[in-house]
Design a protein around this ligand. Structure first.
Ligand code: SF4
Length: 477
């Protein structure tokens, strides 16, 4: 068999350019109606044979599906015919895969018909009869030997493996839609086995894969955005920490002097004198300043972290003893593992717990429930402080760890408690997370802070959450 594409290649390799040749008819002997061979039933028409639908003597079958079926039926005797015209391409050779022109299929067919008609107009039947007579004894028979070129048949397991790779796990996945060019999914799988097709040719499979890729990208984008947000927050806290450290250093010493002299004066002053009250006020306010400075130093990690084995349950009960909840607040403690311990700086983590407990109590002026939970696995310990208070409005959620941010009344809070807690947790290379609902219509209001810390990471040196190698900050809110 020779395709038009192969014919063009042959002409090219022989240096024959079609555009430079002159069109001429075939050399004699003429083929008569042979020009219609590329069309279905063309050979029958050329031979003057008609496909008689009533006699079944002559049958023409064309197309990839029809011709093997006709052969199959012929081999079993179900199709008893004298002449079987078989064309692999449905619609004849002009519709076949080896065509090298881009014309629409039926325009090609019209071209062939027109060409044959123009040849017929100048057809010399007498000359043709003479030529045919001269060639009557020309042997045109062919004999063939069996040389099977059939490809190996894939086993059921091999087909199943290919089908699974195409996402066709069960019968419901086999849509047999034909979008790949094969009539069934199994036929497509067989073609893949023979290296004649790719699984991407399955349209539903490709669409599904694209969908999954888009979903993965979406997820990565979301993670990226949240990491970026956490980085911005960490950087903001770092600059504030540096500023706080500078101010605290400058103010700490003169403040110590003011406090010392104020205390000396107060102690030496007669309690009945009116100046005693003024001095008491100076001492109280200077003490408050001292606390703020100490908070700033903590926030700016001026203290060392000394990690020692510490039982979480003990830490919780000691912290709870320091925060006396008012009447109306029920306290619930739930330790998943009451014996769990971790290498921590107990004083610092107790400060975190105290801050969280104090905030939780302050969030429930009308009473409620304060729950402290803890748990541990091989690598981490965690504790959570949960209140049923008014919750934190969404707009404030991102700011709660900022230094000096507070929603408490003037004089009631320094706005350093959570910032300091954040710093301490980061120095322990842990994370602190916040979950809160302030909208009663969306469910019960309240806030939960969860602190997660590495369990057995022993580091004696001073650590800094401002250090560039800071880890885990993406989880901080
Ligand atoms: S496109 Fe996919 S689903 Fe449709 S027949 Fe081909 S393999 Fe089956």
């Amino acid at each position: 068999m020779l395709t038009f594409r192969e014919l063009r290649d042959m002409l090219d390799s022989a240096g024959i350019a079609m555009s430079e040749t002159t069109l001429s008819d075939f050399d004699p002997p003429r083929a008569g109606l042979g020009g219609v061979f590329p069309l279905p039933r063309g050979s029958l028409q050329t031979a003057g044979i008609e496909e008689d639908l009533t006699s079944n003597d002559v049958v023409s079958a064309d197309g990839r599906a029809a011709f093997p079926e006709a052969l199959q039926e012929f081999s079993t005797g179900a199709l008893n015919v004298h002449l079987l015209e078989l064309l692999c391409c449905r619609g004849g050779c002009v519709m076949g895969a080896g065509m090298s022109v881009e014309l629409p299929p039926f325009a090609r067919r019209a071209h062939v018909s027109r060409q044959v008609q123009s040849q017929r107009a100048s057809f010399d039947r007498a000359a043709w009869s003479v030529e045919m007579e001269q060639l009557r004894d020309l042997p045109i028979g062919r004999s063939f030997q069996t040389a099977s070129q059939s490809m190996p048949t894939p086993s059921a397991d091999e087909i199943r493996t290919i089908m699974i790779e195409m996402g066709k796990v069960g019968p419901d996945d086999e849509l047999n839609c034909g979008a790949c060019g094969y009539d069934t999914c199994r036929a497509h799988a067989v073609a893949i086995f023979h290296g004649l097709a790719e699984d991407e040719m399955c349209l539903p499979y490709t669409i599904e894969r694209l969908k999954k890729t888009v979903q993965k990208l979406d997820l990565s984008n979301t993670k990226l955005a949240s990491t970026q947000q956490a980085l911005v927050q960490a950087e903001k806290l770092a600059s504030m920490g540096q500023l706080a450290a500078g101010i605290a250093h400058e103010v700490n010493n003169p403040l110590g002097v003011v406090l010392l002299y104020a205390h000396v004066l107060l102690e030496s002053c007669d309690k009945d004198l009116p100046q005693a009250k003024d001095l008491a006020m100076i001492v109280e306010q200077a003490d408050r300043c001292k606390k703020i400075v100490s908070g700033l130093l903590n926030f700016a990690r001026q203290n060392k972290v000394v990690l020692l084995p510490t039982k979480i349950a003990d830490l919780v009960s000691r912290s709870l003893r320091g925060v006396v909840p008012p009447v109306g607040i029920e306290v619930v403690v739930d330790h998943q593992d009451p014996t769990a311990s971790a290498d921590l700086d107990a004083d610092q983590i107790r400060q975190v717990l105290t801050n969280l407990l104090t905030n939780a109590v302050a969030a429930m002026p009308a009473g409620g429930r304060l729950t402290v939970r803890s748990g541990a696995n091989q690598e981490q310990v965690w504790f959570a402080v949960e209140d049923t208070g008014m919750g934190i409005p969404k707009e404030n959620m991102k700011r709660v760890f900022e230094p000096f941010f507070t929603t408490k009344q003037m004089g009631r809070g320094t706005g350093l408690g959570l910032a300091v807690s954040y710093g301490i947790v980061k120095m322990h290379r842990g994370n602190i997370r916040l979950k809160s609902n302030a909208d009663a219509s969306a469910g019960p209001t309240g806030t939960t802070f969860t602190v997660t810390l590495p369990r057995f990471e022993r580091r004696e040196e001073s650590m800094s959450f401002l250090a560039p190698e800071d880890e885990g900050r993406e989880d901080a809110r």
